[in-house]
Design a protein around this ligand. Structure first.
Ligand code: ATP
Length: 359
């Protein structure tokens, strides 16, 4: 078990560019914390500094109450799992799992017991005598996990561990990692650029962009209460529609001066072939630019007086007609200021009767 604290952590690789800019976050003991953000945002560097593989330029890192600034990686009691698994090709599964224990001079009997404990958890008992090239991608990933687990670390660090797997296996391994985390109760810190992985696995998400933390919270907190346009559009598929004030005023008319952008999630927009006349909604006419039928849901891209918007609908795909209507509930609108920060106190001027804005 471990709580990790980063205080004003900065990483410069030279040339004056900061890969990580003054980050202060707490990773809760026992959490499954996901560092998520676009490529180059500094998430792997942050993870590597926690593991001790990279030293910070300034700032402090604590694991539990111990300042680990000068503690080498090997002494941090951290186990790591990477994208490329880093298995030894000439060793069997058993030898791969055992290797770290031999290095730590764990006696043979104890090693056998520890391996015995983990192989069933990762379902590798049948494969103990195989070499990695005889295993599937998912099985190799499980060997890497077993090798980490057998050390009984107080912290697991995982850097994009599923990115080499195909989509189906990734979904399966996601579920396995959630169960593994529950079973072990150990803190997991996991890096990914994939917001679906972040939402589905994390108990906590840290959203990063350009070396800074944009938001930290549970998946539902960041989905329901994004604190800025970056988090709002990073979490959710398709991303939130962010409408510039110049387009929003056409429809919302007397909106507060501080509102520079308005947001609405695609799944909160209703789409229909006839006006719906829903209370507390703005109704707009729309034309369909594209339509993707995915089975359980349909994604539309529509053109309206508020600009082009993505709509996600779980109803039967609509028939092909000239004119469509979208309804936007006022209570689902987000407002952002000129810095892109969410304005919490703003209540839109909600009209009881439906507001129609038809051409
Ligand atoms: P990705 O998802 O592509 O791995 P990331 O969010 O993990 O990206 P980092 O790998 O942490 O990002 O990189 C952050 C920034 O630091 C990038 O601009 C990268 O080029 C730079 N960087 C990372 N490692 C080094 C290094 N060893 N030397 C110089 N610059 C580096």
């Amino acid at each position: 078990m471990a709580e990790i604290r980063l205080e004003n952590v900065v990483k410069e690789f030279g040339g004056g560019e900061q890969a990580v800019k003054d980050i202060s976050v707490t990773i809760k003991d026992g959490s499954f914390t996901i560092l998520v953000g676009p490529s180059g945002c500094g998430k792997s560097t942050t993870l590597r500094m926690i593991a001790g593989l990279e030293s910070q330029t300034s700032g402090n890192i604590w694991i539990d109450d111990k300042n680990v600034n000068n503690v080498p990686a090997s002494k941090r009691d951290v186990a790591m799992v990477f994208q490329n698994y880093a298995l030894y090709p000439t060793m069997t599964v058993r030898e791969n799992i055992e290797f770290g224990l031999i290095n730590r001079k764990v006696p043979k009997e104890e090693r056998k017991k520890l391996i015995d404990e983990v192989v069933d958890i990762v379902d590798l008992r049948k494969h103990l005598d195989k070499k990695p090239d005889k295993l599937s991608g998912g099985q190799r990933q499980r060997v890497a996990l077993a090798r980490a687990m057998v050390k009984k670390p107080k912290l697991f660090i995982l850097d994009e561990p599923l990115s080499n797997l195909d989509a189906k296996l990734r979904t399966q391994m996601r579920a396995e990692l959630i169960q593994l985390h529950k079973r072990l109760g150990t803190t997991f810190v996991y890096v990914t650029h994939d917001q679906i992985e972040a939402m589905s696995m994390g108990t906590d998400i840290i959203i990063m962009d350009h070396g800074v933390v944009k938001q930290q919270g549970s998946p539902m907190e960041v989905y329901e209460n994004p604190t800025n346009t970056f988090s709002a559009s990073f979490i959710g598929t398709p991303p939130m529609n962010i409408i510039d004030r110049s387009n929003a005023v056409n429809v919302l008319q007397d909106i507060n001066d501080t509102i520079q952008k308005v947001g609405i999630r695609p799944e909160h927009i209703h789409i229909s072939t006839k006006p719906l006349n829903l209370a507390h909604c703005i109704e707009l006419s729309a034309t369909i630019l594209s339509m993707e039928t995915l089975g359980a849901e349909t994604l539309y891209q529509v053109k309206t007086d508020m600009g082009v918007m993505n709509v996600r609908s779980f109803l039967t795909p609509l028939s092909n007609v000239e004119e469509y209507f979208i309804s936007i509930p006022y209570e689902k609108l987000f407002a952002f200021d000129r810095n892109g920060d969410t304005i919490k106190a703003i209540v839109f001027d909600i009209k009881e009767e439906p507001v129609h804005v038809f051409n």
